[in-house]
Design a protein around this ligand. Structure first.
Ligand code: IPM
Ligand code: MG
Length: 359
């Protein structure tokens, strides 16, 4: 029997509820295929701050680093809003991304046919959308130095540095081209090369890497235009490649194509083991303990873990199909409920998907 060690970082708010359902689904996969998944829990975010006075304790990092993959729920709660920036829950996310070298963030925006009416956009605009956003995750203005707030010319002066090494652009570009090769072979690189020097280097480097992938059709788009095109005609995109800050913004925008943040998974990949998987949504502390949040984003994140970390394609498809089947049968958590839907809670949704896997 093959054993996989999974670090389980549930985090804050409803993080525990959604990761519990993902574990339920992984146990169904264990049962069906005869693997063994070992889960080791560790604290991250506000709950870690409560216990250790830091949102990313060394013990958590150690557990993550020796795992085969990390499954994360969500971090953050309003009760930590007044903490100094360096110990706020969100810092744990940036910290673990950097520590594990999770430079490639894959954020699929897929519109399920059953859910097209959920999008605030017209059904005919969103139906059939299937975009993979590839966001660089460990560089850019998020991590650039110098940074800070200082006194200058007799007033306060705040600054960050938007910067990329060529090697950082190259490695994420390779991931994007490889992803495009496995999809529809279309890659759109998003930058602001008409204004920013760092974007000029980005574009030059992506063009250079494209020589290795002659089959992929490469286009470039300025980020302001991309923001417009994503809602004007999302079906024009297959794979979008972009830097950290543009990817942060565009991936939230693209999530609205699918109608609910509760549907969207993500993978943050490293070139080493482990990689990390988490839903795109936050911790929704106001809904904690009510058994109402949608576990599908986390369940699909666990599925991405099987595909990308453990190379289990059939198992990935099993989970995806089970999610589709469950939606087709009319079951919905509140966030994705339309008229006439069979409303289910968080754990019932997990049970239904599990049943469909084992059927
Ligand atoms: C995300 C989030 C994070 C980011 C925050 C919480 C630090 O918005 O994962 O998109 O900006 O990367
Ligand atoms: Mg974001």
């Amino acid at each position: 029997m093959t054993t996989y060690n999974i670090a389980l970082l549930a985090g804050d708010g409803t993080g525990k509820e959604v990761t519990d359902e993902a574990v339920k689904i992984l146990k169904a996969i264990e049962q069906k295929y005869g693997y063994e998944f070992n889960f080791e829990r560790a604290l991250i975010g506000g709950c870690a701050y409560d216990e250790f006075k830091t949102p990313l304790p060394q013990t958590t990092l150690d557990i993550a680093k020796k795992s085969d993959a990390v499954l994360l729920g969500a971090v953050g709660d309003w009760k930590y809003d007044n903490l100094p920036p360096e110990v706020r829950p969100e810092r744990a996310l940036l910290g673990i991304r950097k520590e594990l070298n999770l430079f490639a963030n894959l954020r699929p925006a897929v519109v399920y046919p059953e859910l097209t009416s959920l999008s605030p956009l017209k059904e005919e605009v969103v139906s059939g959308t299937d975009i993979m956003i590839i966001r660089e995750l460990t560089g850019d203005v998020y991590f650039g130095t110098p940074k800070g707030i200082e006194e200058k010319n007799g007033e306060k002066f705040g600054f960050n540095n938007m910067c990329y090494f060529e090697s950082e652009i190259k490695r994420i570009a390779h991931i994007a081209f490889q992803t495009a090769m496995q999809r529809n072979k279309k890659l759109c690189s998003v930058d602001k090369a008409n204004v920013l020097d760092v974007s000029r280097l980005w574009r030059e480097t992506v063009i250079c890497v494209s020589k290795d992938y002659p089959e992929v059709e490469l286009t470039h788009m300025y980020v302001d235009n991309a923001a417009m095109q994503i809602i004007r005609n999302p079906k024009q995109f297959d794979v979008i490649l972009t830097g950290n800050i543009f990817g942060d913004i565009l991936s939230d925008e693209a999530s609205m194509l699918a109608g609910s943040l509760g549907m969207l998974p993500s993978a943050s990949l490293s070139d080493k083991i482990p990689s990390m998987y988490e839903p795109i949504h936050g911790s929704a502390p106001d809904l904690k303990g009510q058994n109402v949040v949608n576990p599908i984003a986390t369940i699909l994140s666990a599925a991405m873990m099987l595909k990308y970390s453990f190379k289990m394609n059939d198992e990935y498809n099993d989970i995806e199909n089970a999610v589709r089947k469950t939606l087709k049968s009319g079951y919905r958590t509140k966030d994705i409920a339309q008229e006439g839907a069979k409303i289910t809670g968080t754990s019932q949704m997990g049970d239904l998907i599990k049943e469909n896997i084992l059927k």
